[in-house]
Write a protein that binds this ligand. Structure first.
Ligand code: HOZ
Length: 428
């Protein structure tokens, strides 16, 4: 039988760099042929050969109510009849702003944009405009989209500015970004002690999800809040991944810490391109047209995306949503860890809400990017491909977190664990 995934991948490579519109989709870390997806429903995706997989990528997070939820689809279809984009304000934008404020009270005002990258890029510009300072701090292994200031890796020492981690980023831009190790309290305290009055903001993933799942310590989060407050810097929680994914009120509710600004994406668009940045009203007042920090977008607050987001936010507030989501994720993680260990495969797992991490070859749960570098990529590769052969799709990289949706009922979790048991039994 012709493999349509292979066919399409080869042809796409002629017209699209690497055949994909976002690098990790090319299976570069694991090798092989990416699955081209034709449709998705609930907990499953179907590829171009019409083969069904249990999906733990969930569109990299947004599909928290399951793919193609009938209520979300119906709402979007209805609103589409009235027009796809107006480039003018709509009532839906007000409704979603109010809803997000209700669920995350730290977001007194927000601006809607179309992608997480736009949200973080704009939040950083806003923080710089508000504080009239240039230097920003990010953490090693945290990913905040692909704007120039944020594609920076650590320099040679603690207080040395970073180096571009991508071609095309001028070294001059990275000179304003300090990259510190995640969970390192001394590094934060020292940096603020030496140059606190130059720092515009600290941006952090309040559960890191782009170096696989890495949880912060309470001390780390408290130190970030205390140092930024003391030195007049803006604390930005990048909740593009964690917002409405780890808990109804976001990672900030779990940590009990109120950031100055928050960025959101993924779940708030319910599968459509919608993201946001928002927070303290006095800071948001610096955004144009009120203030002098410019930001704009033709498709910002797109009515279809807002509708999908509003319906998704309605569904996640139904009774026991997060209890079920968390229980399913924990069952999957505990089961995978137990089964792997029974077969002598060194696997640890962790989760928060509907987000999880599977770590091969580590003795302890990772605390930093340096810890994650010690993962056994070869074991992950074996596991990934063997599971895909068993019709279970995990993210095609050992550095990505995984996601569960409310549609991942027991039958899917049990099937996944049965398949994993077979896979671990065969792994070396
Ligand atoms: N931002 C994702 C990686 N953490 C990739 C998104 C995608 O390829 O769709």
């Amino acid at each position: 039988m012709t493999d349509r995934n292979e066919l399409l991948f080869n042809e796409s490579k002629q017209y699209i760099p690497g055949g994909v519109n976002s690098p990790v989709r090319a299976f570069g870390s694991v090798g092989g042929i990416p699955r081209f997806i034709r449709r998705a429903k609930g907990a499953c995706i179907w590829d171009e050969n019409d083969r069904r997989y249990i999906d733990y990528v969930c569109s990299w997070g947004p599909a928290i109510v399951g793919h193609a939820h009938p209520e979300v689809i119906k709402a979007v279809q209805e609103v589409a009849e009235s027009g796809l984009s107006f480039g003018a304000p709509t009532e839906g934008e007000l409704l979603i702003a109010k809803e997000i404020h209700k669920l995350m009270p730290s977001i007194e005002q927000l601006r809607l944009v179309s992608s997480g990258t736009e949200a973080t890029m704009s939040a950083i510009r806003l923080a710089r405009g508000f504080t009239k300072r240039d230097t920003i701090i990010k953490f090693e292994g945290c990913y905040h989209g692909h704007s120039d200031s944020l594609l920076v890796k650590a320099g040679s020492g603690l207080l040395t500015f970073g180096n571009p981690s991508s071609g095309g980023v001028p070294a001059d831009f990275s000179r304003h970004t300090l990259v510190l190790p995640y969970n390192n309290v001394d590094a934060i305290s020292k940096t603020f002690a030496e140059m606190g009055n130059q720092i515009a903001c600290v941006i952090v993933e309040p559960f890191a999800g782009n170096m696989n799942l890495v949880k912060p310590t309470a001390e780390f989060m408290q130190t970030l809040r205390a140092c930024t407050q003391q030195h007049g810097a803006v604390l930005i929680f990048d909740e593009v991944m964690t917002g409405f994914r780890v808990a109804l009120n976001g990672a900030q509710s779990i940590h009990g810490i109120t950031p100055d600004l928050t960025t959101l994406g993924k779940v708030i668009g319910g599968g459509m391109p919608l993201a946001a940045f928002g927070g303290r009203a006095d800071i948001m007042a610096s955004i144009s047209p009120l203030g002098n920090v410019y930001q704009a977008g033709t498709l910002s607050g797109n009515p279809l995306a807002v509708t999908a987001g509003l319906k998704t936010l309605e569904i996640i507030q139904r009774e026991h949503f997060y209890e079920h989501l968390t229980a399913a994720t924990e069952k999957l993680m505990q089961g995978l860890q137990e089964k792997a260990q029974q077969h002598g495969i060194p696997v640890l797992t962790d989760s928060v809400g509907g987000m999880f991490g599977i770590y091969f070859g580590l003795e302890n749960l990772p605390q930093s990017y340096a810890d994650m570098q010690k993962c056994d990529g070869e074991l992950f590769k074996q596991f990934f491909h063997a599971m895909l052969e068993e019709d279970v799709a995990f993210a095609p990289s050992p550095f990505e977190a995984g996601f569960v949706s409310i549609a991942h009922k027991d039958e899917f979790i049990n099937t996944t664990l049965e398949k994993a048991e077979m896979v671990f039994a065969k792994m070396k």
